[in-house]
Write a protein of this length. Structure first.
Length: 464
């Protein structure tokens, strides 16, 4: 229940967090750069990806009906959920009908969004998180901090301590391979014994009714094929028209998420086991979830529905790289979370998130589907201002600034005086404390300003 400011302050004071986030995000940024440089016509591919998503969003009803018809024809059962609570009720009901005592869950941000882990726990159903990072989070009893790497906020040293405390047969060597093997031993029995497998979906293919999952560990396949029942929870925006469109989106997803040409495991599930099949679930249920998406389409946030959950925006975000994911307080962190969380949980509770952005545009620059994130964030800021959600101190401060700005001579005199004062206060080229800017200087120094303002230098340059 703490505020964003409190959570950010805590994160900025955590030295281990900065190390952990920079290790992963820095590597992801570097690998993405290499992958994109090797991708011919990447900008044109981004244009096509954005066009595919825009077309689907504009014709969402058509493609959802087509997907449902083809999924049912393949033997799956399709359920519709307007809200997070409805989605959880449907999933828990299916599990109870199957007399499930345990479920194996492949990583799904939609599952986190609707609160599915809590719903399963409340129903007394044992939940086994099979993704390695989600397993770490489950053992630590924490929330994910990143949509691709949920345990990004933990260093390998912290994970080692956790595994030794929680695993029956923990690792002996302090290597990543040994720790992964320890997790494999711990998880394998539960994965194979689960009554139900639950997954999300990276894409839903309308012309075949297929569900696509993407992992780098193979945990989805091992979690979803052996159990008697496979349940898919997916947002309605995950639809693509055909397999060709899905393949194009996969090319964009993998490079943007991990810097790989293709993820190690990409699987399409089309219905339950058929006569003659050697494996597969006896039942397949697909729960299509709205949970605010229709509202987003109708209230100026349709472009956010392009999102393919690659995480590139947060990997390149200067704010996320400083405070990590938990500070954002919602299911989705970073720039995408700053747009989505106010839509899902209300702007009044989350007005700080759109303001926690420098608007440098890096998130839009790297987005594989060209979501105009800075524009959407500015839209939330404008709405917050119109609805009177900004604190009185901020409104008064901007009012004072506007009064000076409407009087150019006075404004120039005031800024010149402020520049001189700031230069006198600076030590070694930096300002460690500054009146009215304590929130800035609490965690970092401010560069000492130039002797003349930008406008003064600009005018001098024009005269010369």
């Amino acid at each position: 229940m703490s505020s964003f400011t409190d959570r950010a302050d805590t994160a900025l004071a955590d030295r281990n967090l900065k190390i952990a986030v920079e290790r992963t995000a820095g590597t992801a940024e570097a690998k993405r750069t290499i992958a994109i440089d090797a991708f011919p016509d990447f900008e044109q591919a981004r244009d096509r990806a954005a066009a595919i998503k825009d077309h689907v969003i504009a014709n969402l009803g058509l493609y959802l009906e087509r997907f449902e018809a083809n999924a049912v024809a393949a033997g799956a059962k399709v359920h519709w959920a307007r809200t997070a609570d409805e989605a959880c009720e449907i999933v828990v009901g299916i599990c109870k009908a199957a007399n499930a005592k345990s479920v194996a869950r492949s990583k799904s941000m939609l599952g986190e969004e609707i609160g599915l882990p809590h719903a399963l726990e409340q129903a007394g159903i044992t939940r086994i998180e099979t993704d390695l990072a989600e397993h770490i989070i489950q053992l630590a009893d924490e929330r994910p901090s990143h949509i691709i790497w949920p345990a990004m906020h933990k260093t390998r040293e912290q994970v080692s301590v956790l595994f030794k405390a929680k695993h029956r047969d923990p690792h002996q060597e302090e290597t990543i391979a040994a720790m992964a093997e320890s997790a494999r031993r711990h998880l394998r029995e539960g994965m194979l014994a689960a009554d139900v497998g639950i997954s999300g979906a990276n894409f839903l293919v309308a012309d075949s009714g297929a569900v696509c999952t993407v992992t780098n560990e193979g945990n989805a396949e091992l979690s979803l094929v052996p159990p008697r029942v496979h349940i898919v929870t997916a947002g309605i925006e995950k639809i693509v028209p055909s397999m060709g469109h899905a393949v194009h989106m996969l090319r964009m997803l993998s490079r943007s998420a991990t810097g790989a040409a293709l993820s190690q495991y990409t699987t399409f599930y089309t219905g339950p086991r058929r006569p003659g099949d050697r494996d597969g679930p006896e039942e397949m249920h697909i729960v299509l979830v709205d949970n605010g998406r229709t509202m987003m389409r109708e209230t100026g946030l349709a472009e956010m529905l392009r999102c393919i959950r690659c995480g590139a925006c947060m990997n390149h975000c200067v704010v996320f790289r400083q405070i990590g994911g938990h500070a954002y307080g919602g299911t989705y962190p970073g720039p995408m979370g700053a747009v989505l969380t106010p839509a899902f949980d209300g702007l009044a509770k989350n007005r700080d998130l759109p303001n926690a952005c420098t608007l440098n545009g890096k998130c839009q620059e790297v987005c594989p589907v060209r979501i105009p994130l800075p524009t959407l964030l500015r839209g939330w800021r404008e709405k917050s201002w119109r609805e009177g959600l900004e604190p009185t101190s901020l409104r008064a401060g901007l009012g004072t600034w506007a009064w000076f700005a409407r009087r150019p001579a006075l404004y120039r005199a005031a800024t010149a005086s402020a520049l001189r004062a700031m230069r006198l206060m600076g030590r070694g080229g930096w300002l460690s404390k500054l009146p009215l800017a304590g929130a800035w200087t609490e965690h970092r120094d401010m560069p000492k300003p130039a002797a003349q303002s930008f406008m003064s230098q600009y005018k001098k340059g024009r005269r010369s």
